[in-house]
Design a protein around this ligand. Structure first.
Ligand SMILES: Nc1ncnc2c1ncn2[C@@H]1O[C@H](COP(=O)(O)OP(=O)(O)OP(=O)(O)O)[C@@H](O)[C@H]1O
Length: 236
C-alpha cells in the first residue's frame, strides 16, 4: 500500500510561514481530510505537496521516495494529482474535449465518465456552460485520467448545492474504496468527516488535531474548540 508522507513541512507566502512544521500521512485507499478555518493554510499545504508552491523546509515522500525537490509535473508523473480550488476548465471546449485533453496516450475518458455517468449527457456542451457541480465533476474526473495514486482535492464543495456536494462526496469515497488515496481539504467539516478515515485539523499554519474521522465527527465540542483555536479538550 502506498503512503504519502509529510514531515515538518513549512511553506511560506511572501516570506511568511503560513504552513509550519506540518507532519501528516495519507494512505492509499483511504480518505484523509484536512480541516480548518479560512486562512489556516490548507490550500498552501496542498500546493506544497503538488509542487504548485515550493516548500521552505521539511520533506514530502511517496513510498519513501522524496518528492519535495521535484517539479510539479514530475510529482504528477509519480502519481500525485491536484484538483485546485478554482475549477479551471477550457470553457470554449466541450466537456468531451476537456477530458480528451487530459488523457494519456492510449487512455480514454471512460474512468471519469464511469465515476460521473451524469456527465455523458453533456459531452458536447462547452464546459463554460456547465453548472458549477458539473464543472467540479469534470475537474475531479479529469484528474483521474492520469491514473494517480493520490488525489489532492481542495474545497470541492465551495458554492455548490447540498445535493451536488453529497454526490461529489460519494464519488470521492468510492474512489478511495477503489484504491486511490484522497487528501481532501474542506472548510465545512460535517460533510468531510462523514467520508473520512482519518482527520487532521489545521489552525494558523499548524496541525492541532490528528485522529480518526469518526472520533471527531462524534465530538462537536472538540471540533468547535479546534476551529476556534481553543484548548484541545473534549467536552469544553
Ligand atoms: N500570495 C499570498 N501572499 C501572502 N499571503 C498569502 C498569499 N496567499 C495566501 N496567503 C495567506 O496565507 C494564509 C493561508 O492561506 P490558505 O489559502 O492556504 O488558507 P486556507 O486554509 O486554504 O484558507 P481558505 O479556505 O480561505 O482557502 C492566509 O493567512 C492567507 O491570507
Amino acid at each position: 500500500m502506498s503512503v504519502l508522507s509529510l514531515a515538518d513541512v513549512t511553506v511560506e507566502r511572501s516570506g511568511l510561514a503560513v504552513v509550519r512544521d506540518v507532519s501528516l500521512r495519507a494512505d492509499q485507499g483511504a480518505v484523509t481530510v484536512l480541516l480548518g478555518a479560512n486562512g489556516a493554510g490548507k490550500t498552501t499545504l496542498l500546493e506544497g505537496v503538488s509542487g504548485a508552491t515550493p516548500i521552505a523546509s521539511g520533506t514530502i515522500t511517496l513510498d519513501g521516495r522524496r518528492l519535495d525537490g521535484l517539479r510539479a509535473w514530475r510529482r504528477a508523473r509519480a502519481g500525485i494529482a491536484h484538483v485546485e480550488q478554482d475549477r479551471a476548465v477550457f470553457r470554449d471546449l466541450t466537456l468531451r474535449e476537456n477530458l480528451l485533453a487530459a488523457c494519456r496516450r492510449g487512455t480514454t475518458p471512460d474512468r471519469a465518465l464511469d465515476l460521473f455517468p451524469e456527465l455523458r449527457k453533456q459531452l458536447h456542451v462547452p464546459a463554460g456552460l456547465l453548472s458549477g457541480g458539473e464543472q467540479q465533476m469534470l475537474v475531479v474526473g479529469r484528474a483521474l485520467l492520469g491514473e494517480p495514486r493520490f488525489l489532492l482535492v481542495d474545497e470541492m464543495s465551495l458554492g455548490l448545492a447540498p445535493i451536488v456536494v453529497e454526490r461529489l462526496a460519494a464519488a470521492v469515497r468510492a474512489l478511495a474504496d477503489d484504491g486511490v488515496g484522497v487528501l481532501l481539504v474542506e472548510q465545512f467539516a460535517a460533510l468531510a468527516l462523514r467520508i473520512a478515515d482519518r482527520a487532521y485539523v489545521m489552525s494558523r499554519g499548524r496541525i492541532v488535531y490528528e485522529g480518526d474521522g469518526a472520533t471527531l465527527r462524534a465530538d462537536h465540542d472538540l471540533l468547535r474548540g479546534l476551529y476556534l483555536g481553543e484548548p484541545v479538550e473534549s467536552g469544553v
